[in-house]
Each structure stands twice: as C-alpha cells, then as structure tokens.
Design a protein around this ligand. Sequence first.
Ligand code: ADP
Ligand code: MG
Length: 243
Amino acid sequence: MPHLVLDSLSADYGRDPVLSDVGLSVERGEIVSIIGPSGSGKSTLLRVLVGLLRPRAGSVAVAGTPVDYRSDAALRKVRERFAIVFQQYNLFQNMTALRNVTVAPTVVKRRPAGEVEAEARALLAKVGLSHRVDAYPDELSGGQQQRVAIARALALKPDILLLDEVTSALDPELVSEVLDTIRLLAADGMTMLIVSHEMAFVREISSKVVFMADGRVVETGPPAQIFDAPQTERCADFVRRIL
Ligand code: ADP
Ligand code: MG
C-alpha cells in the first residue's frame, strides 16, 4: 500500500481553480519532487496537504487512512501526518534554537519537557547544530536557521515532510549545508515531498519527479524521464528552459 495517495485533489482561493484533479502516489521513504513554472500550484499543493488550505474536492490518504480536512479538530490531526518547512524559516526570534524545536511538542502537544528536550537535542545534532542549541536565530546563519526549522518540523514526528523551496532564500554558499541535511533525512527513510529549484539536487535525490503546470499534474516519472526524455511537450519545453 502506498504511504501517501492523493486522488483528484482540487483547490482554489475562492475564485478560479488553482489545483485541478491532482493525483499522486508516494511509497514510504520515497522522495518526490514537484517542479513546474511559477504559479503552477506547487506551494498550494503542499499548503493543502498540511491543512493550511482546505481542498475543494478529492481525497488524501496516509498509510491507507483518509486525512480529514473538514473540521478544525480534524486539522489538528493533519499536523501529525504532515509538517512543512518554507523558504522563509520564520523561527521564533526570542527563543533559542533548542526552544524553537521544543515549543510545539511541549506547549501544543503537552508532551513531557525532559523527553521532548532529549529528542530536540538529537534532532539538532542530526542537522549538524549540536554546538548551537543555545543560540538565538539572529546569531545563526541563514543555513543554520533553516536547519533549525527542519529540526522543528521533525519534532512533530510527521509521517511526511514537505519542503517548499527551503534553499531559495539562502546565500549560494549556504545552500549545500541544507541540501546535505535533506540527504541525511532521505538516508534515514523520511518520506518527503520537495519543491526545489536546485535541479541537480532534484535529479539526484528524487525517485519520482512531478511536473505541474496550471494547477495540474502534466507528467510524472523518474528523473531520467523528466529531464532527459520528457513525454509531454509542456514538460520538454520547461526542462529545455531551466537546464
Ligand atoms: P507555485 O508555488 O507553483 O509558484 P502557487 O501555489 O504559489 O504556485 O500559486 C498558484 C496560483 O495560486 C497562482 O496563480 C497564484 O497567484 C495563486 N495564489 C497563490 N496564493 C494565493 C492566495 N493566497 N490567494 C489567492 N491566490 C493565490
Ligand atoms: Mg511556490
């Protein structure tokens, strides 16, 4: 059974459809990248999955269980399934790196502080920041802040991690440390949906690449197909322009 299944998912912001009939199947531990022109609906798709925007139609299932987006109570459950990291890391500026990672599990989920802190320290070590746990965001580089944001997302123990252009706001020399962190998570078997402009990275890390345009999935395939032998004119045209 696939770990994540999207079936005929549609969404809008009140007017025109922004996502139309999106279908996708993701195995546990699979890394799927979503590419496509600006405005094609990549961020909207991730926002729907994490419950920031309710789907208009269609369904999402994780490990065979339908995800319920209808009520606010149900949306709290969604956060146990998906966690998202954005381009703008949005750390709490008045909290240390460690506190940024522990605050949601302790305050929102009311888990025991000692246990949460031990997990948070392990997560910060995983992202290469064990020496910076007591630093405040303004004392950290952009790459370090983004790695704290990734640790913060993982602290919620999501089934699936969503990464929306997490390196796009970084100075070029800081991109590789964040990509290395994502590689580590992939090696750990974390299931991820990634939106990224780092095409070499997308090609290397993804088992599957989804090409979207105008809110629809136009083509899905292994990186070799999407980048070297696209089956659709739209995808071929996009790839020609970005590579
Ligand atoms: P991408 O991430 O692929 O660049 P988005 O999902 O951000 O695309 O946007 C898809 C479409 O939805 C675009 O036409 C965009 O203008 C529109 N859109 C995005 N966010 C909003 C919003 N908050 N309100 C209204 N329209 C939006
Ligand atoms: Mg976007």
